[in-house]
Design a protein around this ligand. Structure first.
Ligand code: GLC
Length: 430
């Protein structure tokens, strides 16, 4: 047995981005970038200021780093030793949501509950020491409007977060209040940065030639160092909130999924590419093939990874995953088609992400040659999802031709913590 051929082929086509479309997306991304620098209202990119350039490499000292960007929050105590060297002295973590126990990211929670959990975790990291002074760098991975390095106001929740009372607020004010409620007066929040900025700082601390930082995980976003070459302004990292890029051709699954999401109309690119959403899109398409249109099976990106890793004859792992999630027994032929569908969704994701990278590279190189550079990327999709890295390389070649040899992507694992510590150190340098 196989699936209905016409339906299957049309679904695959809807998730396929060819070279021409890819080129258009990269060009549109570059256009929005250019527009965003002079006339932000005309661009779908937010281009948020970080008030930071790249680290000098000389940063030293002990700093607290709060990494808050997903369900799992981490606090680290990091010793920077300069020249790319550092040591993690302490690391604690806690989820903001435990199924059946508590949920501080849902619409029924409060900002106090959320920030009290952060304060509790910070207390654990400093082992209850309320005397010694600490500077804290905060990687807060949501779109925030900054007026300086330490003052960041959350514009809007993304990644399906829904806690009331945080949007529109200065996040480090909420944090400071929570610290004070807990009797912690010796921890001073000194910097707020996006996780993309953290990845770029962390990678640039370790090696030169890195101007673009990206997260490819539950969420997706990219930042870059804007040189402000034509003005007297100092170079500054801009958080593009590229997950909000709009000039794309969403297919009917993208559209239907967006309508059912927490923030319809927002984060178009992110909803087409990131780990939080790929499994859902795949599940929607599969429900049509299984003649159960509209049924939500709850596929995650871990399931997608599992299916993509399945090299077996008859795709037995694909069969097992689909059986578990949908109750359907697939034939070997159907399992093959299902795996190809999963591959197609993932390949589209990698190609769209690459188009956004190339938009930035074109903007940075202007009329000149592409500079030799690394793009620093962190996140589970980039690190672990099969087919992603090679499809990024392939799409880079399609878009940049021979100049693709100038560019590579490098994994910067755990950059969120190190980047936060660096930002805290840079707050003193600045
Ligand atoms: C979402 C957030 C963005 C973050 C990204 C990766 O897109 O809006 O700020 O960088 O997720 O965590």
């Amino acid at each position: 047995m196989a699936f209905d051929k016409n339906l299957y082929d049309s679904i695959i086509k809807e998730f396929t981005v060819d070279k021409e479309q890819l080129q258009m997306i990269a060009a549109d991304f570059r256009y929005d970038l250019k527009k965003g620098l002079v006339d932000p209202d005309e661009s779908s990119l937010r281009m948020l200021k970080s008030y930071l350039g790249l680290p000098s490499g000389k940063e030293k000292g002990e700093y607290l780093a709060l990494d808050f960007g997903g369900t799992n929050v981490r606090v680290l105590l990091i010793r920077l030793e300069g020249e790319g060297k550092f040591e993690v002295l302490k690391k604690v973590a806690k989820p903001l949501k435990v199924e059946g126990e508590y949920d501080y990211i849902g619409a029924d929670s409060t900002a106090e509950q959320m920030f009290d959990l952060l304060a509790e975790l910070i207390d654990e990291a400093i082992e209850g020491n309320h005397e010694q002074k600490y500077l804290l760098g905060h990687t807060f991975s949501f779109p925030s409007e900054q007026t300086d390095l330490n003052n960041a106001r959350l514009i809007i929740w993304t990644k399906e977060f829904a806690t009331p009372g945080v949007e529109g607020k200065v996040v480090n004010d909420l944090l400071l209040e929570a610290l004070h409620r807990r009797g912690i007066n010796n921890v001073q929040p000194a910097a707020v940065i996006n996780d993309t900025v953290a990845v770029l700082l962390s990678a640039a601390y370790k090696q030169g030639g890195t101007y673009i930082g990206s997260i490819y995980a539950t969420g997706h976003n990219t930042c870059y160092l804007e040189p402000y070459a034509d003005s007297a302004d100092k170079a500054m990292i801009l958080n593009l909130e590229s997950g909000g890029f709009m000039k794309l051709a969403p297919n009917r699954f993208d559209v239907a999924f967006d309508e059912s999401s927490e923030k319809p109309g927002e984060q178009r690119l992110e909803k087409m590419v990131s780990g939080r959403y790929m499994g859902e899109l795949f599940g929607m398409a599969l429900s049509e093939l299984l003649k159960e249109k509209g049924k939500a099976y709850g596929f995650t990106s871990i399931d997608m990874s599992g299916m993509l890793e399945d090299e077996s004859q008859g795709r037995t792992k694909v069969q097992a995953i689909v059986k578990e999630k949908t109750g359907h027994e697939l034939s070997a032929e159907e399992a093959e088609q299902v795996r190809d569908l999963a591959v197609t969704v993932v390949v589209r994701s990698a190609r769209l992400v690459t188009a956004s990278f190339v938009g930035i590279i074109w903007q940075l190189s202007g009329e000149g040659k592409v500079q030799k550079q690394h793009i620093a990327v962190d996140g589970s999709v980039y690190e672990k999802m099969p087919f992603v890295k090679e499809n990024i390389m392939r799409a880079l070649s399609e878009l940049l031709g021979e100049e693709a040899a100038q560019v590579d992507t490098v994994l910067d694992n755990g950059g969120s913590g190190l980047g936060a510590a660096l930002a805290a150190a840079m707050s003193v340098e600045n």
